[in-house]
Design a protein around this ligand. Structure first.
Ligand SMILES: C[S@@+](CC[C@H](N)C(=O)[O-])C[C@H]1O[C@@H](n2cnc3c(N)ncnc32)[C@H](O)[C@@H]1O
Length: 307
């Protein structure tokens, strides 16, 4: 029963919420059960709607009322906004990092299942890395086929990707990995993982593109890295900081792999065309030669020669 309405009104809302959630699940990246629960919760707490449902318990007629239409709009917007949150599971990430810090303080290393479980929790909390997890081996195999012997990697706008280091197989050759990101929580997570894996192989630095690459020095001759990564970064920067893109001319690496997402983060639709155009536009604008293309089930990219 609704808090304010009638049993018939509740049934009408439940029935409408079911249909509504099924439509949301078709359009957005949410399963219909979660969409149903969230929608019904909102509607049951909407006094005006519950009263209207009590007066008009026929679902089809209720659906045509202004109050229902407004409630449906609100539920859609709320779903959209909650899905849009870039770090969908911020709490999971914070918890994972706290656990990892405790383990690192105890001197636990990366072979300890508690450390890998905390790491997996953190990595799974960020949509960009989470998307890669189902085919992580494929992602790395492809990456290391494309770029043989990347002894040093500079990961620009790294997010949580460095927590997947050290790599297996061909990737074992990577002995220096520097992640740059403006997000302090990401840097803390990577630095903590670096303590767990030990040594000096992995480091994260809080850095913003506006600073440029002056102080970013790699272990190869001329202070370069063998490979720079800009995974799912360029399309974001093209929208948000277009005028700063020329700073990439000074990226301290001869090879730069840039990628974009193939599917939208929220809506169930392909964004391949838009993302590819953004990557190609970036390469053209900066005069970088495209050496190879990169494609996985969730990502597409270009390997560029920067000079
Ligand atoms: C879409 S995420 C991709 C994360 C990671 N590269 C991956 O693919 O898993 C973009 C990342 O770039 C970072 N970022 C965005 N703009 C930035 C800027 N101007 N300077 C530094 N980092 C930035 C964000 O904090 C975020 O972690």
């Amino acid at each position: 029963m609704t808090e304010h309405g009638s049993p018939q009104g509740s049934q009408a809302l439940e029935s409408l919420a079911k249909d509504f959630a099924a439509k949301l699940a078709e359009r957005y990246r949410i399963d219909s059960e979660s969409a149903y629960a969230a929608t019904l919760e909102m509607w049951m707490n909407n006094r005006k709607l519950c009263d209207q449902a009590a007066r008009e318990p026929d679902p089809q007629r209720l659906k045509r009322t202004r109050i229902y239409k407004q409630a449906a709009e609100k539920a859609k917007a709320s779903t959209y906004n909650s899905l849009r949150k870039y770090k969908q599971q911020a709490e999971r990430m914070t918890d994972g990092v706290s656990t990892l810090i405790e383990l690192a303080d105890q001197g636990v290393d990366s072979t300890d299942p508690r450390a890998t479980a905390a790491r997996d929790q953190i990595v799974g909390s960020h949509v960009s890395t989470r998307e890669r997890l189902p085919d992580l081996d494929g992602f790395h195999t492809h990456l290391f086929e494309l770029i043989p012997e990347p002894t040093s990697i500079l990961d620009i706008g790294c997010g949580l990707q460095p927590l997947l280091y050290p790599f297996h197989d061909a990737g074992q050759i990577t002995s220096t990995y520097l992640g740059l990101d403006r997000d302090a929580s990401v840097v803390e997570a990577v630095d903590t993982w670096a303590r767990v894996i030990g040594g000096e192989r992995l480091e994260a630095r809080q850095w913003s593109l506006s600073e440029g690459f002056d102080g970013v020095v790699g272990p190869e001759p001329n202070g370069e890295f063998k490979l720079a990564l800009g995974l799912k970064l360029i399309p974001v920067l093209s929208r948000q900081e277009r005028k700063r893109l020329p700073l990439f001319r000074d990226v301290p690496a001869q090879r730069l792999l840039i990628t974009g997402a193939r599917h939208a983060m929220v809506k169930r639709r392909s964004i391949e065309r838009r993302e590819r155009a953004s990557l190609v536009g970036f390469a053209d604008e900066l005069g970088f030669e495209v050496l190879e293309t990169f494609e996985t089930p969730t990502e597409l990219g270009l390997l560029l020669e920067t000079r």
